[in-house]
Structure formats: C-alpha cells, structure tokens
Design a protein around this ligand. Sequence first.
Ligand code: GCW
Length: 834
Amino acid sequence: MNSSPRSTPASIPDDASSGAPRDARRPGAHASGPHTGSSPARPRKDGSRPAEPHAGRNPAEPPASGAGPARPHAAWLPEAAFAAVGRRRVAIRGDGALVGTVAAEVATATATHGGSFTRLESGSGVFDADLVLTIAEDDADPQAPSSLAAAPHAASVDHTISGDHAISGRGNASTARNGVVATDGVVDGRDTTGEEDDESFRVSREDGAVVVEAACDRGLLYGFFHVVRLGEAAFSGPDLVERHAPATALRMLDHWDNVAVHEVMGQVERGYSGGSIFYDHGRVRTDLSRVEAYARLLASTGVNRVAINNVNVHAREARLLTDDLPHVARIAAAFRPWGIRVHLSVSFASPITLGGLGTSDPLDPAVARWWREAADRVWAEIPDFGGFVVKADSEGQPGPFAYGRDHADGANMLAEAVAPHGGLVHWRAFVYDHRQDWRDRSTDRARAAHDHFAPLDGRFAENVIVQVKYGPMDFQVREPVSPVIAAMPDTRVALELQVTQEYTGQQKHAVYLGRQWSEVLTFDFAGPDGDRAALPPTSVAGIVARSGGIVAVSNVGDDEFWTGHPLAQANLYAYGRLAWNPAADPTALLDEWIALTFPGAPADVVHTLHEVLDESWETYERYTSPLGVGFMVRPGHHYGPDVDGYEYTPWGTYHFADRDGIGVDRTVATGTGYAGLYPQPWASVYESLETCPDELLLFFHHVPYTHVLHSGKTVIQHIYDTHFDGVERVERFAAAWDGVAAALSDDGGHTGPGHAPRPGDTAHAGADTAGADDGRAGPGRTTPAGAGSGARLAARVSERLAEQLRSAIEWRDQVNTYFYRKSGIPDEQGRTIF
Ligand code: GCW
C-alpha cells in the first residue's frame, strides 16, 4: 500500500532547454466574423466558379499585407485543403453562432477557389447547390435535399462503439438510393452525458450533390470539416447516407502552460514548442489571434474542451480564477466560435492563498462557501465555462489529505460549487508517493492510483470525472493499460493521454503516437480475444466514452510549426480524430493528416512522410527502454538515456537490474501484487511468464537475461537486437528525408501557411486548373508568396532527424553497454558494444 504523498512542493531539477526557437511570435490574422452571404455565381465551362469578394479569412492565414516568416504554419488546414469545397456552389441554412463560423469558412474557401456560397433564410425550400450545409428543420419538405435526414439519432446502433464503417440497411427512410448509415461511435445511439448539444451530423450524396444536415450548429461545424477532409471524394462515388457522431461528448486538451515563466519548468511545463500561445512572461497575451487559429485547428478534429493552464498551479497561475477572469473570458471568447469550452486548473489551497482563509479543508463550510462564490464569479463572467481540473495531493500539490479527508471529499466539495452552473470537476488520479525509499521493495508506484481511487468508487458526485493516465506509471513509451479505468464502474472516468512527447522524444524525435493511443483505446478488459475494432463496453474506449471522455496534454506552443517538430502535428491531429472515433485506424489517420497538410505533394514525399512516421512509436521503443520496463531517462528533464537515472531516487520508478536479470516483479505470487488488480483473464495473463506479452514482460516480471521470449530470443539478445535495429531505422528515416527534403524546399506553397490569392500569384489564382490548387511551384509557375516555409519545414525536420539519430545512437550504446557489462553476455552477432 502506498502512503499518502506529503504536501511539500516537488522540486524537479531540470536542465532541459526548450526544443524550439522562440522567434515564432507573429500570429496570423483571424476570422472577421460570419459572412453575410452572396448569390450563387454562374459556373464556368470547366465546372468551376469565378471567385467572389469575401469578408472571411481563415485565422491561420496572414493578413493580406503579408507578415514575416514567423507566421504560424497552416498545419492540416492549408488553403489547398479547401479546394474541393471551395470550387463548388455551397449553400448554408440555419441559425446558431457556429453556423456563422461555417459560413465564414465557406466564404473564404469559395472566394479562394472560385466557387460560390449562399446563405439561405430558414424555411427556404428547394435550392440548387453542390453542397448544402443545413440545420435540420422540423417542418422540412421530405423531398427537398435538405431533408434527406430524419432526426440524426434515429438510426439504431449496437450497444458497442462502432468504427467509422457504414452499417448497411439500418438507415432510416431516405431518398438516397443506397442508404447506409455510418457512425463514428455513439454508445447506445445517444449523447452519453446529456450535457452537450447534439454534435452529430448526417451526410447524404445524391448524384454528386452533398447535403450535410445537423440538429445543432456544432454538428454542422463538424460536418463541414468532414467534407473538407474528404475533399473531392465527398462529391464522387455512389449515392449514400451516413450519420456521424462522436464516441464521447467530452474530448479535451489540457495545457500545462504557466502564466509566469517557472524557474524550473519554464513557460510551458513539458512544452517543446516554444512559448505559450496564451501567456507571455507573467501576462495573458493581449493578441489572442494565435489562440483563435489553434481553436480552428482543434475544431476541425473534433476537440471541444480545453483546460488552459498547468495542473501544477503556482501562485501566479492561481489568480486566473480571480483577478484574471476578464482575461480568461477573452480566451474563452477566442475558443467559443469553434465550439470549444474553456476549463481552468485550480489549486486546492486557493481558499488560503487567494481567499485569506486559514484552511482549505473540504468539509469546512467557509471553504465550501469560498468555492461557491468563486464559481459564481467565474460563470457570471463566462456563462459557458466548462469547469475545474484538479491535481491534488500529487507531486507536492495541495489536497484534502492535509485535513485527513480523501479525494472524494475534496472533489465533491468542488463539484457542489460548480453544479449550479452545469460545471464539471476533472479530478486527476495521478496520485503516488514521490518520496518513497528505493530500499523499500514493497511500495509499488504502479499500484498507487488504484489503491487510492478504487475504494472510492461510487462516492464521487455526478459531475466529477476521475481523470486517469493511460498507464499506471507516467506516459511511458510502453505501459500496460491502467487497471483503474476498469475499477470504478460507478464513477465517471476519463482517459488521459499525453500528446506532448515528454517521454517519447520531446518533439525532437519523430514519434507518431496514434498507434499507441489506438492500442490503449481498443484494449478490452474482458480479454485479449475480442474484436478490437468493435470496441465493446468493456474496452477502454467503451468505458470512458460512456461518461468521462478522453483528455490529453497538448503539444502546442508559439512555434512557427505549432509543435516544434513539424511532424508532431500528426499527433495533435490524430488525437482529436481518435477522441471522436476511437475505432479509427491510426495509420489511416496518419495518411489523412499527410494528405491535408501536404496537399499535392509528390508521391515520394508522401511515401517518405508515411515511412518516417507510421511505425515510429515502435522504433522509439526499440532504441529506448526495453520490454515495458520504462524510464531509464535523465531525471528531471526526461530526455536522453540514463539507465540508472531513477534507480535510487524517491520517485518509485525502478528496473532492478543486477548481474543475473532485470524487471519488476509485480505478480501476486511473489511480487507487489499489481497484476492482481486487473480483472480476469488479464490478471492471469500478466501473472504468468507463459502468457505475459513480451512487450510488457519486464513491467510484470523480474527475469534472467537468458529468459527466452515468445519471440524465441533471449531477453539480452532482444535488447541488443532492438537497439541496433532501432538506430538503423532512424538512419533510414534520415536518409529518406534527405532524399525528399529538396522537393519541399523548392516549394513554399503546399507546406507553407495558407494565404489569400494575390495578383501575380499564379500558382493559386483561379485554382481551376487541375493540380494548380496544390500550390506546387513547378517549372513555369510563380513561387507563391510565403515561399520558404516549405524550406523551413524541411530544414526543421532534417535538423530534428539529425538529433534523433544522435540521441538514438546514444540510447543504443548506453543501454547495450550497460546490460553487456551487467550480464557479461556478448552479442551473438559480435556487434560493437562498449
Ligand atoms: O509526467 C509527469 C510530469 C510532470 C507533470 C505530471 C502530471 C504537470 O513529469 O511535469 O506535472 O506528470 O501529470 O501531473
């Protein structure tokens, strides 16, 4: 059993330097509000439409006057990604704030690419357009294109989370000829918390004309981006009817951004992408256009909640809850047009530090009153505020333990304060003793969250969500899925992932995490034999989607490319898409990201991007800590190898390597008993050496170096082989990138920030010639304004790959040498070990 952590502040030495240059400070312009509409333009002979004047502008785009080189990269929403929609006659009908957002997007796209758009009055009946985006109307004419759909939730859906596949023959009455219904995954076919607006939408295509219909404006926004993602494919192929809905109502990103630059952790704790988009050296930024651009990117992937400050709430940050509320309101206003609600991380000691009370005891009526009044003030300022995120009694953060109370006492007191406003409390389960004695073999950090939280199941208030990291330790490259997720059936449980690559290469290494998250989400507590793609209620996705949702720590900063490593954008993209549809194929999502971000890129560039990223998670695993044992990183900043870095520290992260063997005995029979925290059959699967999967062997067992894995290799030979192979893979990635970098460098268009067409910008003008919209500056084309961003992106990736290779070699040599010296067993292949 773990003792309660003490509440002295954690001091984490950190000599990490930020992974990205700090020069990316010039934000782009932002959308100027809903477009008022225009009439459809007459088609040209080639089917395209002439451009029209417009008022809207994509927030990631620079002002027309042109900005310096540090304009934020357009990421997966460059202008060219809107070509298919922008070339068409688009009609929008309906009310709601977010309909205005969609209208502004369509106005920009059609003006750029030569289409047209019309904003229709509610009630207008038949209209002629290639794409209709409409809010469902109760009295609609059943024959009109806009009323192809009945109520979006009318389709019956299995009691499972379904993947993004079409379910034949289950559609409701429809005029479409080949009626099919697709769902991205709705549990029981309904919004599972009842708290959100209906976010679903229905898409139908008849003779190439597409209708997107949604009950609410949020659904229309998601439906619009769905069509953008599909590009031309949205308008071709057989007629169909599909319904799409998110698997879970709560799809959230947490920021670990500090308002003041923390002396150890900097502006963004575990941030590898420059400064914060919200704060700058003690202030909330005045110019939030970068936040608006970010909100737009997130909305296009389906994220709908953002917590804007670090869960380690220091003195300056605590005041976001009080003095800074007007600024928080400004941030909320930047997110609002994109359907995203803002949350704050709060300090449990706020009644003392901000309120001047003598205590923050959750059972003290004065404390409860202080929180109620604080919540009232927040919601008075921000009526759609989301709620509070709390890290309590963890790594030095204050919490209820100081008063002999437990986590349910603490969370429920806050829950009561926010309940009148429909607010949520995200209470983190990342609680362990970070002051343990390495000599004490009975304390197991992996058990801690379960030991603290499972006994509290059923005691948390309705609006408390217990937020659980995917693994029992701390975002390692490989961990078993946390047993806490299945241990609290009467509690709303959210899954927490880490998009910021703290332990996975810090955005210096190209590591696509979509495959890891997919493995976690599809893990079935009922056993290994189920159909992973079906995501039953016993799967991680099935459990969290029901009521808790999915949360991740963001990887974004004020860097030109948003994420330091430009290819780390793929992680942010895949996170949003997987939170919407946990059954999605992560490799397909990667390809989707590549296609959107590098539209029109030559095949070898596309191929290389795929090669570098697709199995990069497994590659990183190969050259770092083996077989699930974890850590072996430099303490404090967590970058680079240090096999014994944590071995004698109080943090509880050990590998126990000696001359004979390695690994942590977490069995029930002879170890810490952690394996027994899983339901059957997993408890037995992990308990037994015969059945424990190789990749988790050292997490669950201490074995001799000569232990033979299921793969047929000994543990020691596996360590050598994977480390040599991991480096060879990175060498191949770097060489492949070198081969295509020039293709990107020649080309400012498709990788650069989107920009409005300007006279002389022939690569974009008109965009009505096949291929012209890809922005490639080939022979005879004028290099578009913004040229050079492709070169900068290529150079940034090259520089990062060089560092990845250097670091991977260091990992390989330190890990191999360490285990060769410990074990004395040579490499079968006689390769160089030091
Ligand atoms: O992974 C650890 C990080 C801390 C972080 C903590 C947490 C915000 O090293 O920097 O603190 O997890 O999740 O609270």
